[in-house]
Design a protein around this ligand. Structure first.
Ligand code: SF4
Length: 338
């Protein structure tokens, strides 16, 4: 690990000032990804700004039934918060599908969505990687790419975003609140992460000197018809090969509102609002669910090793929508498909 200096911010303004004054500074919250990146010397911050004392650790109820979750609330605290388990169980389920209890206790809401890809080449400085070193190439294209993306790839990067929680936040239309040198702004969650395009080194749309202060959830009617399915090589403590967050609102057998977000398949949690709108009003049954899956995967393209993800995602979408319709969501601790 390279030497770095350490400072502790007491206020959000302190943290922003410190970030702006040093382009090589990084924020330290739970540190569950950043410390690994520093050990591998993938991240080499000159300054670590510890933000753990900032007043961003509360979950506030919003008028109408929404929630505003501070960026430093731990993943565990959110997953077991009664307001979340009652009104946003999809989020709780997705969080509990990820990592381990110890990591979830340390990881924060802001840090979870800022975690970086687990592409093996990104962590191996002996190989080319445009995300780690722009312009060096992409070892995963034509290399070992079993874990990699099937949607939204570019000729420069085929990495996937690793967060489970982010897949649920995409389905729930969450909003990311950020603060920076130019003040506060909201970023719709589905615009927060980027596709790789020509700049895979940029994971998200945060501006220079900006930090996440909260994640906001609007009220919804999905509490009884949702599920989060995660398919992976090991049954615990593994990243998703494919995951699906599905939520339905059904009236008299027809789809009134539909959300499907996919994980493990793209550089960001994948959602297609046009497809969702196309199937609004259709009868909620397996034929419709197969149509939704087919449309969501129309542009999917394998890279060789990961071709299996296309049929896997297809069946996972159909299964997830079936679980959401029946009101029997996948239980994160249950290792078999229900
Ligand atoms: Fe790097 Fe992206 Fe290629 Fe992985 S897929 S080697 S992160 S450029």
């Amino acid at each position: 690990m390279k030497p770095f200096s350490y400072l502790r911010a007491e206020t959000v303004d302190d943290a922003i000032r410190a970030l702006v004054s040093n382009p090589l500074a990084k924020l330290l919250a739970g540190g569950t990804n950043l410390i690994d990146l520093m050990k591998y010397e993938i991240a080499q911050p000159a300054v670590l700004i510890d933000i753990n004392r900032l007043p961003l650790k509360t979950v506030e109820e919003l008028p109408g039934g929404g929630l505003r979750i501070g960026a430093l609330v731990s993943n565990s605290a959110v997953a077991y918060d009664e307001r979340v388990t009652t009104n946003f169980p999809l989020l709780s389920s997705a969080i509990l599908s990820g990592a381990s209890p110890q990591l979830r206790n340390a990881a924060t809401m802001g840090g979870n969505i800022l975690q970086r890809t687990r592409c093996y080449y990104f962590y191996d400085p002996a190989t080319p990687c445009n995300k780690r070193q722009p312009g060096s190439g992409c070892a995963a294209i034509g290399g070992v790419n079993r874990m990699h993306a099937i949607l939204g790839t570019s000729e420069h990067c085929i990495a996937v975003h690793p967060s489970d929680m982010g897949v649920a936040l995409a389905a729930l239309d969450a909003t990311v609140e950020v603060e920076g040198p130019d003040g506060r702004r909201d970023i719709p969650f589905t615009d927060f992460h980027r596709l790789p395009e020509d700049h895979p080194e940029q994971d998200n749309t945060l501006g220079y000197g900006e930090l996440i202060t909260a994640i906001r959830l609007e009220p919804n009617r999905f509490a009884n018809h949702h599920t989060y399915i995660k398919l992976r090589d090991r049954l615990s403590y593994a990243f998703a090969l494919v995951s699906v967050a599905a939520a339905l609102e059904v009236v008299e057998g027809r789809i009134l509102d539909l959300r499907v977000a996919l994980g493990g398949v793209a550089h960001r949690p994948w959602r297609d609002r046009l497809v969702e709108a196309e199937f609004s009003g259709e009868i909620a049954n397996e034929t419709t669910f197969r149509g939704i899956a087919k449309r969501l995967l129309t542009c999917a393209k394998g890279q060789g090793d990961n071709d299996f993800k296309i049929p896997l995602a297809n069946e996972a979408i159909v299964r997830a929508l079936g679980q959401a319709l029946s009101g029997r969501p996948q239980v994160p601790s249950c290792k078999s498909m229900q």
